[in-house]
Design a protein. Structure first.
Length: 291
């Protein structure tokens, strides 16, 4: 049994990996692997793909928190994270992130293939060197960040197939569009925090919320036809298509409601709709595949 201090230290290192975000990333990579796989199923390649993805995602999260530790100190929702609170020091965090990221790249490379590994490392580079610094400069950071955010299905698909096809890009496009209502809702809910930290999210730059609502509605509308593409290119059947249409309309409805009532409560409903939408959509893909 670990001493009490060691137990807290383990929890702090775990917090650096953002487990809830990492879970969504691994789930998206798993869907990519499912559709990229052909032939006999083997246990270990799947394990290598998911562990490698989880390690890179966790390392990226830790390095992001290391980079943003001063901004996190200014925001109420993040000031008790391990770095801004002083429970871990920056050197511990940066080396932890580097080791996890390197281990993830090697796990994907040797356990699956080097295309998947390269995509994982590219995701890390885009997130840390493009998206993260841009948050202090422009609200366009949300759009830039959506590109690495859409990579997990590509990593999973590549891990299974050692190539990228139309099916992989459709999965990435769905995840790309899904992110915008999700993250703009978060930005609206915590706009005061972002403002204090000097992070130029759209609701900080344009506080009346009109532009934020337009972005939520735009991408919610675009997501509906894109989410139906798996049926039209032969990935899924009619059950998936019907379910995806219903889910897309519910997601859009949450955006319409926030357009008429720009409050934190309505933005939270958009956030809730987003976190329900993605697992249910993936579940429909698994229930109604055409392989």
């Amino acid at each position: 049994m670990l001493p009490q201090g060691s137990h807290h230290r383990v929890k702090d290192y775990l917090a650096l990996t953002k487990p809830r975000v990492t879970w969504l990333i691994v789930m998206s990579a798993a869907i990519g692997y499912f559709f990229g796989h052909a032939g006999h199923w083997s246990f270990w390649p799947v394990v290598h793909a998911l562990i490698g993805t989880a390690l890179i995602a966790s390392g990226t999260a830790a390095l992001n928190q290391w980079y943003e530790r001063d901004a996190d100190r200014q925001m109420r929702r993040t000031q008790m994270r391990p770095l801004p609170s002083g429970r871990l020091n920056p050197n511990q965090a940066v080396w932890f992130g580097i080791v996890l990221s390197a281990a993830g790249g090697l796990e994907l490379g040797f356990g699956t293939n080097w295309l998947a590994s390269g995509l994982g490392i590219a995701t890390l580079m885009m997130y840390l060197f493009l998206y993260t610094p841009l948050k202090q400069k422009s609200w366009w950071s949300t759009t830039v960040g959506a590109f690495p955010g859409a990579m997990p299905p590509l990593i999973g698909y590549a891990a299974a197939a050692d190539k990228l096809t139309a099916e992989a890009w459709v999965l990435a496009a769905i995840l790309f569009l899904w992110q915008f209502p999700h993250f703009y809702a978060i930005a609206w809910m915590y706009r005061e925090d972002y403002s204090r930290a000097g992070i130029k999210m759209l609701p900080v730059v344009e506080p009346n919320g009109k532009s934020t609502v337009r972005q939520i509605l735009l991408y919610s509308v675009l997501l509906i036809p894109i989410s139906l593409l798996p049926k039209w290119i032969g990935m899924t059947g009619s059950l998936y298509m019907a379910g995806a249409l219903v889910l897309g309309l519910v997601y859009l409805y949450s955006g319409i409601r926030v357009a008429f009532d720009r409050t934190k409560a309505r933005a939270r409903k958009v956030l809730l709709a987003s976190v329900v939408y993605l697992p249910l959509l993936y579940g429909l893909m698994l229930l109604d595949p055409r392989l």
